[in-house]
Design a protein around this ligand. Structure first.
Ligand SMILES: [Zn+2]
Length: 304
């Protein structure tokens, strides 16, 4: 009798211990899955594409909204979008054309053919090139909403994430740039100086996008006391010495700068003088010509 009781006790004990060990892995597995997905969904990603001599950058918000800023000089942008977006994704929520020079515009024509674009932002300034007319035609055919930046304004993306448009600070729409020809905006004789300038803000972190704007625009923004302060500066005009002057840099106070230019380009971009100015201001420089694509992530507190 005692032997049977002993066997029964052992049986119960083994079952209880077995149950305990069986349940244990389930409990352990839960927390890491939860926390890692939380990290992934709270990051804002900004990728400055290496598209050769030109500009193109993709912003992906924590809630997967996409903003494409310029498209570089050709189809390379399609390969880049394929690399950083899920294969099934055919939607770009916002397309921003900073200004209609070919090294910013031409890739956007290919993007319009391949992707569904939600809203297009531009400065309203027309150009006479085939690419620009093709770009306009596709936008019209696809019935895409077009918005003109004709004054400082803010676009809310996700909660806590916004685009703060600083320039053009006036209505430039309908202006066609033809060399040095006089117009009612006599100062604007250079397409670079109709570039859209905006700040991407997420929590405490800020990225300043400058297109190809040159020193006259920088001085105008300084005179207007625009809030230029940013952690990352997308250096204007591929690092040309005609942009990024000292006073402007002092107002932005960036920790990091990204220069988008093509290896061995004919313009000598980035210029040594600009590189020196950035170094003097203790700015860490990233270059698409030597570093390839430059990817940054922000959690709203810091940028990696
Ligand atoms: Zn350019």
């Amino acid at each position: 009798m005692k032997k049977k009781l002993f066997v029964a006790i052992i049986f119960v004990a083994v079952s209880v211990i077995g149950l305990f060990f069986y349940r244990q892995p389930v409990k352990i597995a839960t927390p890491p899955i939860f926390s890692s997905s939380k990290i992934a969904t709270s990051s804002l990603r900004v990728i400055f594409f290496d598209v050769g001599q030109g500009d193109s950058a993709l912003i992906i918000t924590p809630q997967d909204k996409t903003i494409l800023v310029d498209g570089g000089p050709d189809d390379k942008v399609l390969t880049k979008l394929g690399k950083y977006l899920p294969l099934s994704q055919k939607k770009i929520d916002y397309m921003i054309l900073t200004h209609p020079h070919a090294d910013h515009l031409d890739g956007l024509v290919s993007v319009l053919k391949r992707y569904d674009v939600g809203v297009v932002y531009y400065s309203g300034v027309a150009h006479t090139t085939y690419s620009f007319l093709e770009w306009l035609k596709l936008i019209k055919e696809k019935n895409i909403t077009m918005k003109t930046i004709d004054k400082p304004q803010v676009l809310e993306l996700d909660s806590g994430i916004k685009l703060d448009f600083l320039y053009p600070n006036k209505d430039l729409s309908g202006i066609e740039i033809k060399g040095q020809e006089e117009s009612k905006f006599a100062k604007i004789n250079n397409l670079n100086n109709v570039s859209i300038i905006f700040k991407l803000i997420y929590g405490r972190t800020k990225f300043l996008f400058t297109g190809d704007a040159e020193t006259p625009v920088e001085e105008e923004l300084l005179k207007d006391k625009a809030d230029l302060r940013a952690d990352v500066l997308k250096v204007a005009h591929h690092g040309s010495h005609s942009s990024t002057n000292d006073k402007f840099l002092k107002a932005v106070q960036p920790q990091m700068a990204v220069i988008s230019s093509g290896l061995g380009n004919d313009f000598g971009h980035p210029h040594l003088r600009t590189l020196r100015r950035l170094e003097r201001n203790s700015v860490k420089i990233f270059r698409t010509d030597t570093d390839g694509d430059v990817e940054m992530a922000s959690d709203g507190e810091a940028i990696k």
